[in-house]
Each structure stands twice: as C-alpha cells, then as structure tokens.
Design a protein around this ligand. Sequence first.
Ligand SMILES: C[S@@+](CC[C@H](N)C(=O)[O-])C[C@H]1O[C@@H](n2cnc3c(N)ncnc32)[C@H](O)[C@@H]1O
Length: 467
Amino acid sequence: MITQWEDSVSVLNKFESVQLNLFKEMEENAETKNNDRRKGSQATLRTNQSSNRKANSSTFSDNMSLPIHRWFRYSAGFSAIWVNQLIEQEKANGRCRILDPFAGSGTVLLEGERCNVETIGIEAHPFVSRIARAKLYWRESPSRFRDYALSVLEKAQKTEGSIEGYPELIKRCYPAESLARLDSLRRAWEEDNDGSSISELTWLALTSILRSCSPAGTAQWQYVLPNKRKAKVVDPYDAFQEKVQLMSRDMAERQNSIGGPEGRLYQEDARQCLSVSNGWADLVITSPPYVNNYDYADATRLEMSFWGEVQSWSDLHYAVRQYLVRSCTQHVAKLKLNEKVHEIVCDPLLEPIHSELAATCKSLEAERENHGGRKPYHAMVAAYFYDMARVFIALRRVTAKGSLVCFVIGDSAPYGIYVPVDRWLGELAKSSGFVSYRFEKTRDRNVKWKNRKHRVPLHEGRLWIKG
Ligand SMILES: C[S@@+](CC[C@H](N)C(=O)[O-])C[C@H]1O[C@@H](n2cnc3c(N)ncnc32)[C@H](O)[C@@H]1O
C-alpha cells in the first residue's frame, strides 16, 4: 500500500525536481580549478511562470526568467517552479499553511502567494530580508512606482554625484564616473525616501543593479572580486531605468492573476521562530545554510558597502553574521576553540549524534594541523549541528501533527572528512519530536572534476521529515 508519505515523494519524483541552490552547485566547483568548464552548462529555462512545464533546473538562475523572482539575483536561492509544484501537490493533500524558516530572497513566500495558501517566511540576514520584503510589495500600483522611481532618476541626472566617503571596496569596484552616477541615484532616493513600499521598491531597483554596473568580477557564491574584471558593464542610469520598467511590468502582470493571502515575512531567527504560533504550519519548505563554509554575510558585502551599512569586512560579523546559523569558519573564529567545541559536542541537544559528531570533530581538529590555513572546521561543524538542533526544536513547536517538512540539503567533507549531514539532521529532527525522516538523493556531487581538493563523494537532495 502506498502511504501518503511515500506518495508525496513519488509524485514529486515525476518532475525532474532537483532544485538546489546555485551556490550549492558551485560548492563542487570551489573544489576544482576547472571552474570555467562549467560556464554555460546551466541551461536557462525560458518559461512563463504560468505554464505547466515541468521544473527542469537545479538553480536559482532559472528564477531569473520569472516575474518578481528575477528582481534580485540571490545565488543561494532555489527554484520557484519546484516550490510551486510542491505547494500545489500538498495543497491537494490539505496542506495550506506553509513556513519557510530560511526564507532568503522570498522564493517560497512568493510562490505561496501565487498558490493561494498562507505563507510565513523567516529570514535573519537583515539585508536579504529587506530584499525579500521589497519583493512582496508587488501589489503596489505599477504606475505609481514607475513615476516615483523615474522622478528619482530625473533628479539624479540633474545633480552631481560624489565618490567621497565610500568604503575602499566600493572605490575599487567602480570607475569614478559610474560611482558618481550611482551616488547621485542614491542621494536622490535618500532625499525622497519616506519609508513607503514604493520607496522600498525603488531602493531594490537601485540595489539590484549594483553588480551589473561594476566591472569587478563576482566569484562563486556571490563574493565580489575587485581584482577581477568582467567585460560587460552597464551604465547606472540606463540600468536603473531598465530595472524600473521591468519591475513595473512584472507588477502589472502579477496583479492580473488571482492572488492569495499576502505572505508574511519576519526578520528573526529560525532557531526560535518567535512570530509563528504553536502548531501553525502544516508544510515546511526550506533550504537551510549548508555546513560548507559559505559566508552569507560576505555575499551581500558589495551592496551593504554601497549603502554604508558596513565599512569593512570586519563589520560584517556584527551587521549580519552574528544573527545566522553558524555554517562558516568566520562564525566560530571567536569561540575559545577546543574548550568550547567540547562543550557544544557534549550538549544534551546533540545526544542522538554525539559519538559520531565527537569523532568527526576530533578528526577535523587533528587534520587542521596539516593545513596552512588551520581552519577551525571542527568548531564550525559542532556549532552548525547545535544550531540546527535548535531549529528543529523550534520547528516542532510551530508545526502541526501530521505536517510535512522538506529540507533541501547537501552533505559536506571539510578537509576531506565526511560529514553525513542528511542523516544527522534527520536524527536531530526525530529527537525533537518529529516522527520519521527519509532522504531523497537528487544529485551526486564532487564526482566530475580532476583537480578536486578531496575525492569524497558527496550528494544533495531533500530531507523529508514527517511531523
Ligand atoms: C539557502 S538560503 C535560502 C534561500 C531561499 N530558499 C531562496 O530561494 O532565496 C539560506 C538562508 O538562511 C538564512 N539564515 C541563516 N541563518 C538563519 C537563521 N538563524 N534564521 C533565519 N534565517 C537564517 C541565510 O541568510 C540565507 O538567506
């Protein structure tokens, strides 16, 4: 007999459904020196969001052809089409309250709205959460937004921008003329800013063109590379105008279709889910940070530096990183390493995986001595699972009996030492009161390239947890 549980998974298998993040895709590349070979290998899905085509991509890049999703390229995001299919499928099973505790740029929120279900998103990164919130303002009048934003442009064109006062990174990323234009846009926006939704949409239009106006390269995982140059650079005024036109067209198009309840976004911590009431969610769709040393704070460094929210790399910790699940070594740099790691590993929350975790951390601690960087991966891994244990406790509180949880997740092997992420997360979910878990592999990783740092086979997929 097929249970509903098995059925959910198999129906999704009908879609070619690997929906993993660009940065996760890129983790494999980071381990190779053959990055260029991958260029162009990700097919661009030219599809209208309203079509019934099956999801056939694994990255956020597909979202760049979808209204509203495309307003900001968030490399860490996953596929809107897959999210839409999962919500529709689970709606048929009576699940109409969706939670994304790691909402990122708002993919699940926007698709929840489109599918006419109630949706809550939680995102702790202040800058990313502001981007997601601005996208949720698509209900505003497109013509009012366009008029407002174009008047900002007109004002900017009449004033002279200045390159003074910008952080060093920004000065290195822009020629003086481009920066002066961006500055005049910024000043014009600041003068008119009244905190309204339309002003926030205008803020997003300016924020989202910053990369395309800079000749500086963008590395994997969205880190900015001031020393690398790219060929195609656009003029700030042209890019801004084009973005405003695109956004207003998307708003109008989206407003033509039937809308569901507004998605609710909270800038808070998934380890607590404070704004979500007990038993509220019956479906969780999310992709948490992987334990792969990706620094979400660094990913928005260019944009935050432009807006004056950080002056230097070290500001990122206080502005962003301190709020996030600890998934990179910068996060744990301040831990008193060995003492503290031992304390974390022995915490009762980690009891279900204690012996394996302790052994892995011990190996990582020994292995770091063989590497120049002496990265504290042992601390990162311990802190990550501790934080994720707290996430599961919070999720158990806010999910209903019989709920379904889907984590898009990948495993990892820092210094070549394997960390069985899906199994450990599954065990932590069970010890928080979830009934069972099952991992559905969607992709092998670290198998393609010759110059890999290590040859430990890795995979990605979905961790399905039954509530
Ligand atoms: C893989 S991304 C999710 C991307 C999202 N699915 C999308 O399509 O845009 C993980 C997100 O979790 C956020 N995050 C990390 N720690 C968090 C925490 N403690 N609470 C809430 N969000 C957190 C990060 O800032 C990041 O945006």
